[in-house]
Design a protein around this ligand. Sequence first.
Ligand code: ZN
Length: 82
Amino acid sequence: MSVLVCVKCEREMKCMKNDFAVEEMGGDQSIRLKFGDLWECPSCGVKIVSGISPLPFAENYQSDYAEKVAQLKAKGLVVKSR
Ligand SMILES: [Zn+2]
């Protein structure tokens, strides 16, 4: 696993969550969901998502897409990417 360092704090970041979702947006429209890893700096608390999969696990033409997005949002496990 890669090591990520917070430039501001000069501290190694910690991986807080695998399978954290990134919601790719096209304007205001949600296009697809991909999984990545959520990292956090233990000093300043800045968060990033890294290691995002090249392939989506859900796309907006699928009938259960809106439900998947809603479930992830309810759990706080998704961030938008514009
Ligand atoms: Zn920091």
